[in-house]
Design a protein around this ligand. Structure first.
Ligand code: NAG
Ligand code: NAG
Ligand code: NAG
Ligand code: NAG
Length: 404
């Protein structure tokens, strides 16, 4: 209808036949034609997409890789807070509001980009953004807001696996391959042409769900309480002492000497409390892997004027590292540092960096007394968070020890 009317009026213009209207006709026609083709192909592209989404639902049901069940489907618009539960088996919603799901059109901007660059959003991210935090965060964001049911099922499966600590070994490789396959299918990406995409995208998946799994591992260790009847736990305490005080033998397991390295009393086991074995493991790692740096920090903690309790502050820094990891702030450093799946080692190193830098910050602040700990600690944490909010931040763990 619209097209006919427009066409008619232009023809009328043509019939009135003078030079300027002829020129108008010559320029308007190609523009109109391009516009029409764009609109027609955009609207027609919506139809197959809707059908495709229904087919995808079927595929999920018949795909043994994806266990059928209930998945949470957030509203199609970011601002729309309502989410619905969708039963993939019965193919009906269980609760909430998800009428728009089947008919959610590709956003016009995404569609234009897809048509003009022939690449989907994930490809544009993997080809266009620098590896590390920028790329992995952008992929994470894009996957979070994907409308495809298959991709939603894939990400929720990956999250389950990471939260159960099963994202490792051969299992990890299989899961990664399957996930990449799903994305290639859904986004219709040719794997032979886009090898580089597969490599980069896999790295992003390793980052995102490796980090998720690391949170799980750290949490498990934190919830584990120090147990004197476990030989391994007792050994860790002895190792800590030996690494920090190699020239001073420990007289007995329960001893006043523990206060020399900053525990509160005769028996360190009561000092770990909220941080559990994570606090001890962090300290042992620091003392054994960066012995010089750890002894340097210990010597500062024994300073007559600016001294503090080394182990107690160390355990408090564990809680800082733990919180930064858990709320996602540490992603910047972790994604920029890791070449593949982040491991426990990266968390320990992150801790060592924090402890070493905190000590420096403390000494430079010239505190009047230990009562200022809370204030200085907060200042320090804010500085760290500031650095981490810059996507290119990497903390350099190779300490240079300047003897003061
Ligand atoms: C996740 O995928 C694995 C195979 O990669 C499958 O064995 C498992 O059942 C799936 N789990 C869920 C919760 O979808
Ligand atoms: C993606 O979703 C997960 C789980 O809801 C959330 O923890 C994470 O911060 C989100 N990531 C981004 C980049 O939005
Ligand atoms: C660490 O120190 C801060 C400031 O004093 C305190 O609020 C927090 O509870 C401490 N955390 C642990 C685990 O000791
Ligand atoms: C982020 O860090 C990089 C490298 O350290 C620096 O060049 C850049 O200016 C920083 N960006 C901001 C916004 O501070």
């Amino acid at each position: 209808m619209v097209f006919k009317c427009l066409h008619h009026s232009i023809c009328k213009l043509g019939r009135s036949s003078n030079y300027s209207t002829k020129m108008a006709k010559l320029t308007i026609f190609p523009i109109m034609a391009v516009l029409m083709v764009t609109i027609v192909s955009y609207t027609s592209s919506l139809m197959p997409d809707i059908l495709l989404e229904r087919e995808e639902t079927n595929e999920i049901q018949n795909n043994p890789m994806l266990s059928p069940g209930r998945i949470m489907v957030p509203g199609p618009l970011e601002t729309e807070k309502v989410a619905c539960q969708f039963d993939i088996v019965k193919r009906e919603k269980i609760s909430g509001k998800c009428e728009k799901l089947g008919a959610a059109p590709v956003s016009f901007l995404k569609w234009i980009l897809r048509k003009t660059t022939k690449l989907c959003e994930l490809q544009r991210i993997c080809y266009g953004m620098p590896s590390g935090c920028s790329r992995s965060q952008a992929v994470e964001y894009s996957l979070n807001y994907s409308k495809s049911l298959e991709i939603k099922a894939m990400t929720s499966n990956l999250t389950t696996i990471a939260n159960e600590g099963r994202f490792n070994g051969r299992n990890q490789r299989t899961i990664l391959e399957k996930s990449v396959m799903i994305v290639l299918q859904v986004k219709k990406i040719n794997p032979h042409i886009h090898r580089q995409f597969i490599i980069s995208f896999t790295r992003c998946l390793e980052h995102i769900w490796g980090y998720q799994q690391l949170i799980h591992e750290v949490e498990t260790l934190r919830l584990l309480q120090f147990d004197s009847s476990v030989e391994e736990h007792e050994n860790k305490l002895t190792r800590l002492w030996t690494a920090l005080q190699p020239d001073v033998p420990l007289e007995s397991r329960i001893s006043r000497q523990w206060t020399d390295i900053g525990f509160q009393g005769d028996d360190p086991k009561t000092d770990f409390r909220g941080m559990g074995l994570l606090g001890l493991d962090n300290l042992v790692f620091f003392a054994e892997e960066y012995t010089e740096a750890a002894r340097h920090v210990l010597s500062h903690s024994q300073h007559p004027q600016f001294g503090y309790s080394f182990a107690i502050v160390g355990i408090n820094i564990t809680s800082m590292a733990y919180n930064l990891l858990k709320d996602g702030a540490a992603k910047t450093h972790v994604y920029n540092t890791c070449k593949s799946v982040p491991s426990m080692r990266i968390f320990h190193q992150f801790y060592c960096y924090l402890f070493y830098e905190f000590d420096r910050f403390w000494i430079e602040s010239k505190p009047k007394n230990v009562m200022q700990f809370s204030y200085i600690r907060n200042e320090f944490e804010n500085n760290i968070r500031d650095s981490l909010s810059n996507q290119s931040t990497v903390f350099n763990i190779n300490f240079v020890v300047n003897t003061v």
